[in-house]
Design a protein around this ligand. Structure first.
Ligand SMILES: *Cc1c(COP(=O)(O)O)cnc(C)c1O
Length: 259
């Protein structure tokens, strides 16, 4: 059965390559089991390990265990790690947290993917810096499917107009939608968030602008990724089930919008 958020504190710390190999295998097994329940091919679900708050030594262990793409939710922390680990030339970075326009320059330099696009100002700032760098960036549009004011992301009914504006930013490759579900131990309250994202995608796909690809649904984390997979996730962002429990509560990582 899916483990939900109340159990996050139980994930043991990974402190060796063997620990990472074991945790990754366990997560992949859970992914495969969830896929089997709904008749999906596990190859259609990408596991994005989320390394936020863990130090360089632990990230290097994850790399040694095979991780080649890491997710970070704060730009400064991600940039620091990217610089420190530049010797690992095939390691790629996904920024999965809210971005302020004044940090777009950094993201345009080092990130391969940005999963939290939710404003045209950020799209414009990223595109401008990417053009200068001669780079492209895969992006996901973040949608607030829980209705919680503390969550970033566009309201579902604002996404269609937003997508129509994105072809103007030619360095951004729109891959799909991303969401964070409601934080609840109750699957009955979590699942509707994932359903909402999938249904939104189905509606938007019918008249998506040329060049806007909505193949991907990034949804699900350590506590709820099986539910997300059952509802169509193609990317799951998993931190604690791979790296171990974080010391600080989730509220620390998702500052309120008014901050
Ligand atoms: C931290 C984080 C995750 C992963 O959460 P875990 O509980 O560590 O699996 C997923 N998505 C975002 C946006 C995050 O910030």
């Amino acid at each position: 059965m899916p483990r939900l958020h109340e159990q996050h504190g139980r994930y043991p710390q990974a402190n060796s390559v063997e620990d990472f190999l074991r945790n990754l295998a366990a997560v992949r097994q859970r992914i495969a089991d969830a896929c089997r329940r709904v008749g999906r091919d596990p190859a259609g679900v990408r596991l994005l390990p989320v390394s936020k708050t863990f130090d360089e030594a632990h990230l290097r262990l994850a790399y040694a265990a095979g991780c080649r793409f890491l997710g970070e939710n704060k730009v400064q922390e991600a940039q620091r790690k990217w610089e420190a680990m530049a010797d690992l030339s095939d390691l790629q970075w996904s920024v999965i947290g809210h971005l302020q326009t004044n940090k777009a320059r950094q993201v345009a330099r080092f990130a391969a993917e940005f999963q939290a696009l939710d404003s045209l100002r950020v799209a414009e700032a990223l595109d401008r810096r990417l053009q200068i760098e001669g780079r492209h960036l895969d992006v996901f549009v973040q949608v607030n499917t829980s209705g919680e004011a503390s969550k970033y992301g566009l309201a579902p009914d604002a996404v269609a107009d937003f997508l129509r504006a994105l072809p103007a930013f030619s360095a951004l490759r729109v891959r799909g939608l991303m969401t964070l579900a409601l934080f609840s131990a109750d699957a009955a309250r979590v699942r509707p968030c994932f359903v909402r994202l999938r249904e939104l995608r189905e509606r938007l796909r019918q008249d998506a602008p040329a060049g806007i690809d909505l193949e991907e649904l990034s949804m699900g984390m350590s506590g709820d990724f099986e539910i997300a997979i059952e509802e169509g996730a193609t990317v799951v962002r998993v931190g604690q089930a791979i790296f171990g429990a974080r010391a600080l509560p989730d509220s620390h990582y998702w500052p309120t919008v008014s901050e």
